[in-house]
Design a protein around this ligand. Sequence first.
Ligand code: TRP
Length: 321
Amino acid sequence: MNHTTTYDQIFAQDVLQGLSSPLKTLPSKYFYDEKGDKLFQAIMALPEYYLTRTEYAILETYKAQILDRFAKSGKPFNLVELGAGNGLKTKILIQYLCDQKVEFTYFPIDISGYVLKELEEDLKEICPQVKVHPITGTYRHALKDREWDNGSPTLMLFLGSNYGNFLEEDAKELLDRISDSLRINDGLLMGFDLKKDPELILAAYNDAQGVTRDFNLNLLERINRELGGNFELDKFKHWPIYDPVSGECKSFLVSLEEQQVFIEALNKTFQFTHAEPIFTEVSKKYGLHDIDALSQEKGFKVEKNFMDDEAFFSDSLWVKS
Ligand code: TRP
């Protein structure tokens, strides 16, 4: 097999680095290939996975309150979104702005140019006059270049459990960059999955049908497909844990026996001891107090936590001070 594309090489290097470290890890961004995208769609529809539908309902209920600070000023503003994806949730906000005939420009940022193209076409359908300025690239680059910085106020969106998927240090650094990229009185709408009954949280990452298990194992399958690995999937167990103190829900794949795995693209064999874990993703849950402390630390004031009735999830509107 000939693995020549740059993308494969970056994937291969990340896999090499992850599987060579003392605590083996695989970066969660590789969940989302074609099969992973489909499995994640299925996860979002699971009864146990409360996150997506809860946030959707929050945005539907509070869209006017969230947006009116910007929409009612009578001046144009920028709506910037980190990790726009297919923008399903953002469409609620854009539809509202469109109906209110508010002047704004939408700057969706995503690593996938393909996804952004689709999103732009979708948006033109629900709102023909919408101004879209897609930015293809990493958060880091986009926050440095600030293509939206045209003197108008900005509302930045960082929805879903996106922020919670970064490990502590990376998360803090990212929030510093976000804060530096905004001006006084700009807004930041952050999605936070909230601390709650641990059983509910764990079930969301360990559903009865095993879709989440398949999603997690797809990382190994993908290495098999794209890098010529020989992982035997039934020799690894999907294992999520939730720590109610830190709020971290972590997913692992645990080796069920001592084994060796060969990866052709790396021409390398990896040893797994019996019960050795591979760490694949963190999804951190927050208390309202954590959100307050974080906002202050980063130079923001919490204007309001928009939550569902059960307080499962919060879209927190922060204002840069
Ligand atoms: N990042 C999402 C989340 O934290 C996606 C996700 C759902 C996920 N289930 C998972 C990631 C299981 C890894 C393992 O909710």
